[in-house]
Ligand binder design. Structure first.
Ligand SMILES: Nc1ncnc2c1ncn2[C@@H]1O[C@H](COP(=O)(O)OP(=O)(O)O)[C@@H](O)[C@H]1O
Ligand SMILES: [Mg+2]
Length: 418
């Protein structure tokens, strides 16, 4: 099998804020693939032009880049253009998942649970956000990872400073309702949901330090959740990935509240593969060691472009997606084996989702859809995105009913793996 992959580039490093972690991930993957006899080579797009991959005879790419410039659809687009199959999600899903705000809107529109949110801008009425979401809130740059720029704010007076700190990383900043509960992360490999990992960080603070460098952060896999709860969450995770169009592998972060309700935080399309990383931990729990995990991810390398060449003939069988609205002629995309569940059967046939209310900014009404509404406004259908660039994004906030927020207890963990 190893020879069948040809010459493989392990893309690592890059120029994002997560460069350091990507180098750890990439080097671990590189070593694993070499142990499996794969002709694998390190390739850092911050040092070499991606366009040279073709000239250098690379047949496949394992993307171990985290964050912008690697996990966000841009490297995927370059590889599509070069015709070099790559691991993980394609261009659209990678770009979408890089953006926490848009990811949440997809989930919310499909009635999957994600904490209420509010877009922050320099002229946001901070007290109104605090009133709407409750305190504390999490303030985060929409397109960062590894907890970079993520701040838990407990006083309305601190919101502006948190916004300004987050905005240094990304002009698109969200405030998110705090969900108190158990931190879980859930990986998938192809169509297989891996066991949940429960994370217990010192002081409940799963920041950069506690993610990658602390020995005090505890990881439980098996999670200690009852089997039915675990399976329900795994189903939710597969559905959340399918809605976003993810493929190959990925990892969802979520919080389980005291009432036992899971809340989706974000989707990682190139999760960490370091010694502390959670996907390898989850895979290990089902007998897939690190080398095998890397080989399986590589084996699913693909080019989505070819799949979009629609065959002539009748509409595909995937129907059901979006069926409740005026049904357009849908042209499906047949995913290759090893992909996530079929895209059809989408929640589109369900009742219209409750649209998040939106806090209007002072001044004139927003020009067109996407914003508007009010906290009192209950159900709105669809998500009308403004056509404009980033600054127009503001105003779209979130205010669903607050979930139960008391701390929750899980049964004691049966096993611990760090
Ligand atoms: N709404 C929230 N409620 C509770 N904890 C949160 C919330 N949002 C983020 N966190 C905490 O912050 C961490 C990082 O947030 P996350 O959305 O996963 O961003 P990233 O991992 O990309 O930095 C989470 O793992 C969790 O510990
Ligand atoms: Mg996360």
């Amino acid at each position: 099998m190893s020879q069948a992959f040809g010459k493989v580039a392990v893309l690592m490093g890059g120029a994002s804020a997560e460069r350091e972690i990507s180098l750890l991930s990439g080097n671990a993957v590189l070593a694993a693939l070499r142990r499996r006899g794969v002709d694998a080579h390190a390739f850092d797009p911050a040092q070499r032009d991606l366009w040279s991959l073709k000239a250098e005879g690379f047949a496949r790419a394992f993307i171990a880049l985290h964050g912008r410039g690697g996990e966000d659809g841009t490297a995927q687009g370059a590889l599509e253009t070069l015709g070099i199959p790559y691991t993980g999600s394609g261009v659209m899903a990678s770009a979408l998942c890089m953006d926490k705000w848009r990811t949440k809107m997809i989930w919310h529109a499909s009635q999957l649970p994600t904490p209420a949110w509010h877009i922050l801008k320099a002229d946001t009425r901070w007290q109104a956000v605090a009133d709407e979401l409750g305190l504390p809130v999490f303030v985060k740059p929409a397109r960062e990872g590894s907890s970079v720029g993520v701040v838990k704010v407990t006083r309305a007076g601190d919101l502006r400073a948190a916004y300004e700190a987050a905005a240094k990383h990304d002009p698109l900043v969200i405030a998110e309702q705090f969900i108190e509960g158990e931190e879980l992360t859930a990986a998938f490999l192809g169509e297989q949901a891996l066991p949940l990992v429960r994370v217990v960080a010192p002081g409940g603070n799963y920041d950069w330090q506690n993610k990658y460098f602390s020995d005090e952060t505890q990881y439980f896999c098996p999670s200690g959740l009852p089997e039915t709860a675990e399976e329900t969450i795994q189903d939710l995770v597969m559905e959340s990935a399918r809605l976003l169009g993810c493929r190959g592998w990925g990892r969802v972060d979520l919080i389980l509240d005291a009432a036992g309700k899971p809340w989706l935080l974000e989707m990682n399309t190139v999760p960490g593969m370091t010694g502390h990383s959670l996907v390898p931990m989850a895979a290990h729990a089902v007998g897939i060691d690190f080398d095998e995990l890397c080989a399986r991810i590589l084996a699913q390398a693909w080019l989505e472009g070819g799949l979009l060449d629609l065959p002539p003939g009748p509409l595909p069988k995937e129907g059901g997606d979006g069926g409740s609205r005026a049904a357009p002629a849908r042209q499906g995309v047949d995913l290759p084996p090893g992909s996530l569940p079929k895209e059809g059967g989408d929640g589109g046939s369900r009742a219209a989702p409750a649209r998040q209310g939106v806090d209007l900014p002072p001044g004139p009404l927003p020009k067109e859809g996407g914003d508007g509404g009010s906290r009192a406004a209950p159900a709105r259908q669809g998500v009308d995105l403004p056509p404009g660039p980033l600054p127009k994004e503001g105003g779209d906030g979130g205010s669903r009913a607050a979930p139960a927020r008391q701390g929750g207890g899980l049964p004691p963990a049966r096993n611990e793996q760090a």
